[in-house]
Design a protein around this ligand. Structure first.
Ligand SMILES: [Zn+2]
Length: 212
């Protein structure tokens, strides 16, 4: 990618760059803090006409928290609404410091924030749609309409985590009719061993690996 400003039909989605996902945080991603300076530089460069950030933003009684399932430990797998669900440590409680947009990034160029995971009954990885809910459907966040009304046809995704919310966001972008690219160096996984599977999933779905 060049250093010039990108065409107006390309949007940047910055996923879940929040203190709880940093090393030492409630749900740390491997080397999660390594991407902070690069994302800050990318936003300061004003290369994208449209910039959206997501925040994981949960009520304390959220269904994804292992603490809300007696006898279950974090990272256990259960079935929820007929789908596999990982149970997580308590993280990104709405309004907490750990749920803030990362304080070392200049967010002043941001156009919109999508707060996801606010329904206590449903987990939410993708910026576009929550995970499967009680009705068996994936409730939309409204981001598709927001982007389409601005003429966006292509999205570039960075942030955390490479193997969970970033991947789901890029996959949904493709499934919902956008071209999609993943800014590989500006992501980090929860589990580094997942990288091969992530690359395979990206290739299978026509999601470009980009280098900022
Ligand atoms: Zn979450």
């Amino acid at each position: 990618m060049s250093e010039s400003t990108l065409p107006g039909h390309v949007a940047l989605i910055v996923v879940d760059v929040q203190p709880d996902f940093m090393p030492g945080g409630a749900l740390a991603c491997h080397e999660g803090d390594a991407i902070v300076p690069g994302i800050d530089a990318l936003l300061r460069a004003r290369r994208y006409r449209h910039v959206v950030a997501t925040q994981d933003w949960h009520p304390r009684e959220h269904v994804s928290f292992a603490a809300n399932h007696p006898g279950q430990a974090p990272f256990a797998q259960i079935t929820l609404h007929g789908q596999p669900q990982t149970l997580w440590p308590v993280h990104c409680v709405a309004g907490s410091d750990g749920a803030a947009l990362h304080p070392a990034i200049d967010w002043s160029g941001l156009d919109a924030i999508v707060r996801k995971g606010r329904d206590a009954r449903v987990d939410s990885y993708s910026a576009f749609r929550e995970n499967h809910g009680p009705a068996g459907t994936r409730p939309p966040t409204g981001l598709v309409g927001w982007l389409r009304e601005r003429g966006v046809q292509e999205v570039h995704v960075c942030g955390l985590a490479r193997d969970v919310c970033v991947l789901w966001t890029a996959q949904d972008a493709r499934a919902l009719g956008f071209r999609a690219g993943l800014l590989w160096e500006l992501t980090r996984p929860v589990t580094p061993a997942s990288d091969a599977a992530t690359r395979a999933a990206l290739a299978a779905q026509g999601i470009e690996v980009l280098h900022a």
